[in-house]
Design a protein around this ligand. Structure first.
Ligand code: 9MG
Length: 245
């Protein structure tokens, strides 16, 4: 996607009510080709800079590379979204030093191989143990829990059944002491459950976002911001105490 298109899309999301706008330069889809740090920076830095200048919402940088984290925060990013949960060499030190909130996501394996027969004895328990371990590593490095968000990583090394079990058990991640973020929007689990192509997953994505909020998610990562904001606001109107609990 060109920087102009990415900027226009992000501005639309901000306008429709997004609280954070996430910018990434390397696809995390199964089988995706890895890109160099330079290529990633060339893609994301103009977008981060333009958004930082034009919207009040924090711009999130979706990266696992410490050099991209540093350059993006220098360009105005105020949040790090790392699908590798700061396990890349140097990433934990960079995030600690940069002093911005971080999202730690669970992923089994790496994007190229993660969907090769993922197996768990207890997916919710294993994801919880992983996130607790990464949370502890961050806190030991000096990042306060108030700046950490955890994410079970729907679709990252998980089958449809694992994703469903995780959503049903999402409340068990609340006790970790960090806000929970989930990304379910347009994911292949919808395609598998309902047989829908990616461009027809809006309604199921909105339904899943509401279910996730009901199950304790504080942040939902979505593509279709307007419809999701409306649906979540409606849920909050019915359960005003839900967000407080
Ligand atoms: C970059 N990206 C794609 N899907 C994601 C998800 O579910 N969570 C997070 N944190 N990032 C994601």
């Amino acid at each position: 996607m060109s920087p102009e298109k990415a900027i226009a899309q992000a501005l639309r999301m901000a306008e429709e009510g997004a609280d954070i706008v996430d910018v990434g330069g390397e696809s995390t889809r199964p089988g995706a080709r890895p890109v160099s740090a330079q290529e990633e920076m060339d893609r994301v830095l103009p977008v981060v800079e333009a958004l930082h200048a034009r919207i009040p919402q924090p711009v999130s940088i979706d990266t696992s590379k410490p050099e991209v984290m540093r350059a993006a925060v220098a360009a105005g990013a105020g949040f790090i979204n790392d699908v590798q949960a700061l396990r890349t060499d140097g990433a934990l030190a960079a995030a600690t030093e940069l002093n911005v909130p971080v999202c730690l996501m669970h992923m089994r394996g790496e994007p190229r191989t993660m969907q090769d027969k993922p197996e768990y004895a207890d997916v919710v328990g294993e994801v919880r143990v992983f996130l607790k371990e990464r949370l502890d590593a961050c806190m030991n490095a000096g990042i306060p829990a108030s700046r950490i968000v955890v994410d079970p990583g729907f679709g990252f090394g998980k089958t449809l059944e694992h994703n469903i079990e995780l959503l049903r058990g999402l409340k068990k991640l609340q006790g970790l002491g960090a806000a929970v973020l989930v990304g379910l929007s347009r994911k292949s689990m919808i395609g598998k459950a309902l047989g829908l192509p990616v461009e027809q997953r809006l309604h199921a994505s909105v339904a899943l976002a509401v279910m996730a909020v009901q199950q304790g998610a504080r942040i939902v990562r979505v593509h279709d911001v307007g419809p999701t904001v409306e649906a979540v606001r409606m849920w909050e109107a019915v359960y005003p105490w839900g967000r407080l609990g």
